[in-house]
Design a binder for this molecule. Structure first.
Ligand SMILES: CSCC[C@H](N)C(=O)N[C@@H](C)C(=O)N[C@@H](C)C(=O)O
Length: 348
């Protein structure tokens, strides 16, 4: 079954005959067109049509095999109107703006139906080409981390570490997947402490979370690194997080329930008296978006399947003291899992 077939089946399940796709990552997933923010897709029982404008005529032809209609609104809507007249047409409730919905209401004689997660459902399982893109992105991130690791010393600014990571990713042909997190000493208490002017000090733990975006696909990895000798308290926190992370990674296999993986890691931190400081979910899917399904969070009913790519990233954040997060990128395989991130972890 192609992904278009899967999407059309999901549309039937949602009781819509057509779907107007406006989420850029979903536009890319269906068409391969890499400027998804400047494109829309209409999916009907007959197939998909990519709508974009004349700035992208050549690019769309090169990147996509989906039939294309080059126009700007209102002509875009007028063309699509003829294909969906009288139908039940789904729109992406989590992505279409109010103005976008008004435009559809103005131009189409249809019943508009809010839908959620139809294309995202198809994106959960990655094709071999998608897995290769994530694998390549992570391999580049591993190489760049190894190059930058010697720079992690007392006296260096967080911003300069981030710049070196960003430069390495760019030189390697990738984009920077998201704002690079370099959180040292007490700043480590911020799970998303993007790099600041703080100068790293002797005895700091430094949390580094960064990723590449290659051929549209992300990598995601966090390492917490010791500069000098951290306090006994932070070494204890580090080892508890490492134990939780390794146990959760080991439990990744087809059929594993995402909510139970989260509970496993949270339970280990609980035993160490640290669960209340684990301020986020255990992990998430990674692909065209840095955060996508499945969700490895408390209570999640998502079930892992071969071809999913997920992160495992427990963390402990002690306000005014510091923090630790350790994150691996993991592919769910037929018989278990494969860890895609190969950067060594500190043993403290
Ligand atoms: C702004 S992109 C940050 C990427 C980072 N590696 C990351 O995923 N951090 C997690 C702590 C996170 O944001 N988790 C989300 C899914 C959550 O718990 O809501």
């Amino acid at each position: 079954m192609t992904s278009l077939d899967q999407l059309q089946a999901a549309m039937s399940g949602a009781d819509v005959e057509a779907l107007w796709v406006s989420n850029p990552a979903n536009v890319r997933a269906i068409t391969g067109f890499s400027s998804g923010a400047d494109g829309k897709v209409l999916v009907t029982a007959q197939g998909a049509t990519l709508y974009t404008d004349a700035r992208y005529t050549v690019q769309a032809r090169e990147e996509s095999r989906v039939p294309q209609h080059i126009a700007r609104p209102p002509e875009t809507y007028q063309d699509a109107a003829g294909r969906v007249r009288g139908q039940r047409v789904g729109f992406e409730a989590e992505h279409l703006t109010v103005a976008g919905l008004e435009a559809l209401q103005d131009h189409w004689d249809v019943t508009l139906v809010p839908t959620r997660g139809l294309v995202e459902g198809v994106r959960l399982i990655k094709s071999p080409q998608e897995v290769q893109a994530v694998r390549d992105a992570q391999a580049l991130a591993d190489r760049v981390f190894a190059e930058v690791r010697p720079m992690l010393r007392a006296g260096v600014r967080e911003l300069d570490v981030a710049l070196a990571l960003e430069t390495g990713l760019r030189r390697g042909g990738a984009e920077v997947g998201f704002d690079v997190i370099v959180a040292s000493g007490p700043r480590g208490a911020m799970p998303h402490g993007v790099a600041s002017e703080r100068v790293i000090e002797d005895g700091d733990l430094v949390t580094i979370d960064f990723g590449a975006r290659l051929r549209g696909y992300h990598s995601d990895m966090t390492r917490t690194v010791a500069v000098g000798t951290p306090s006994g308290e932070m070494r204890r926190v580090y080892n508890a997080v490492l134990e939780a992370e390794e146990a959760a990674v080991a439990a990744i296999r087809p059929g594993a329930k995402a909510g139970e993986l989260d509970a496993l890691a949270r339970g280990i931190l609980e035993r160490h008296g640290l669960a209340e400081y684990f301020a986020h979910s255990l992990g998430h899917g990674v692909g065209l978006n840095i955060h996508e399904g499945p969700s490895l969070r408390k209570g999640s009913e998502d079930v892992l399947e071969p071809g999913m790519v997920v992160t495992v990233e427990p963390g402990v954040y002690l306000p005014d003291v510091g923090g630790v997060r350790i994150e691996d990128l993991v592919l769910v395989t037929e018989d278990g899992h494969e860890v895609l991130s190969h950067t060594p972890k500190e043993r403290l």
